[in-house]
Write a protein that binds this ligand. Structure first.
Ligand code: GLU
Length: 432
């Protein structure tokens, strides 16, 4: 991977750009230019045919100034050191923007999980925890789901951890099945959080929801929930895509039927060509590239990082972009979009609903008391709307982009904690 498309280098370039305008000590930016710990492990897995395959797993503790590190585990063929570090840096900023008592982390395994049987997937998940057991813990580093991992995988992982430690330890991992101490509302949390941010933004901009045409790139868990909630409020979801391609309908889709069909067939275009929904709505096939460049009001990238680059930024027509994925817009591409007066609600705020409810799950596990779904939703709303207001306010008052405001708030919080810790951080980095 060359420097140009190295996502971690891009994340660091953005951090420096954001730091320059943030009016914080350069020491804070310096500190965040380095990942504290990056563990690489070889994970041997016995396959169903009796052979052994070796997968590469990573866990990165980016920075723990604000608390134990927190972040998901991704199973994806493109997982690599650079990506894990970039995602862990963004988790550090995200937790600080939301006001959570966490630092940032991320993990991943380079694997196409769709090629594994359920038993192989379980063995891989357990192998990951065996390799990382000394690096995770309720007060050290707390994993959670990310792209292509889910509650079931978290369940296997927490079980493996408890077996190794010979004790119950539900707070070590969030996003677990409810039966193992998972939280109500965690599955919808990322989508709901993004929806709440959009609702707040719509309020300030005076949007009339039926007039807003929305395109969603990535129809996984987060994409589905944000689409569902927006549609309930009257928004028109005119385009949806997944890794295989997309569909477009000027009149808008019925999200529940698309989701049901996707689950059945696991691919959006196939759904619309071979199944009954075909007859329900007018639609046309589009590519992911076409979806991003559609003439819509609101574009929601909800898949992977780096999809808007200097190559397509000038073709983006949507005036508003909400980042439900982590890092969908590269730094230089964002500069082009801002030059075109686009408003971008950044990932570190827009998709923080997931980690906020992860925090609630961790709190519930530690207190041994489960909250109701209503309570979770209320607390999520309170917390994310507060974060949204702070970012919006800073953007208006300090004339910054929303991302620059979010980074400014995060860097100031991390800076305050560095100062409160005393000189430890400086010694830790060998500066004095
Ligand atoms: N993977 C999610 C994210 O990128 C959630 C992390 C968590 O809940 O710790 O924000």
């Amino acid at each position: 991977m060359n420097k140009q498309n190295d996502i971690y280098q891009d994340a660091l370039a953005r951090l420096q750009q954001m730091g320059q305008g943030a009016d914080v000590s350069p020491e804070v930016v310096d500190l965040l230019m380095h990942a504290e710990v990056l563990v690489t492990a070889s994970l041997p897995v016995r396959m169903d045919d009796g052979s052994t395959r070796y997968f590469t797993g990573y866990r990165c503790h980016y920075n723990n100034v604000l608390g134990p590190t927190k972040g998901g585990i991704r199973f994806h063929p493109q997982v690599n050191r650079s990506e894990v570090q970039a995602l862990a840096l963004w988790m550090t900023i995200k937790c600080a923007v939301a006001g959570l008592p966490y630092g940032g982390a991320k993990g991943g395994v380079e694997v196409n999980p769709k090629e594994l049987s359920p038993m192989e997937l379980e063995r891989l998940s357990r192998a990951y925890v065996r390799a990382m057991a000394d690096f995770i813990g309720p007060d050290i580093d707390i994993p959670a789901p990310d792209v292509y991992t889910n509650a079931r995988i978290m369940g296997w992982m927490v079980d493996e951890y408890e077996t190794i430690k010979r004790q119950r330890s539900p707070a070590v991992i969030t996003g677990k099945p409810i039966s193992l101490g998972g939280s109500l509302g965690r599955d919808e949390a990322t989508g709901r959080g993004a929806y709440l941010c959009i609702r707040e933004m719509a309020d300030r901009l005076g949007w009339v929801s039926p007039e807003i045409r929305v395109a969603i790139q990535g129809f996984g868990n987060a994409g589905y929930h944000v689409a569902r909630l927006l549609q309930k409020d009257g928004y028109r979801i005119v385009a949806i895509s997944d890794s295989k391609g997309g569909i477009y309908s000027e009149g808008g889709f019925d999200i529940e039927s698309v989701w049901t069909q996707k689950i059945k067939v696991r691919q959006i275009q196939a759904v619309y060509c071979e199944h009954t929904v075909c007859e329900l709505v007018e639609h046309k096939k589009i590519s992911n590239k076409e979806l991003l460049e559609l003439d819509v009001d609101l574009l929601i990238p909800a898949a992977l990082e780096g999809v808007i680059t200097t190559k397509n930024a000038a073709n983006i027509k949507a005036p508003y972009i909400v980042e439900v994925a982590n890092g969908p817009i590269l730094t230089e591409a964002e500069n082009i979009l801002l030059g075109d007066n686009k408003i971008i609600l950044p990932d570190v705020l827009a998709n923080s609903g997931g980690v906020i409810v992860s925090y609630f799950e961790w709190v519930q596990n530690r207190s041994g008391y489960a909250w109701s779904l209503e309570e979770i939703r209320e607390r999520l709303e309170e917390m994310i709307v507060k974060a949204f207001n702070e970012v919006w306010h800073t953007s208006m008052h300090e004339e910054r982009s929303l991302r620059s405001s979010a980074y400014t708030i995060a860097l100031r919080r991390i800076g305050d904690a560095v100062a409160a810790h005393g000189t430890r951080e400086y010694f830790k980095n060998g500066k004095k």
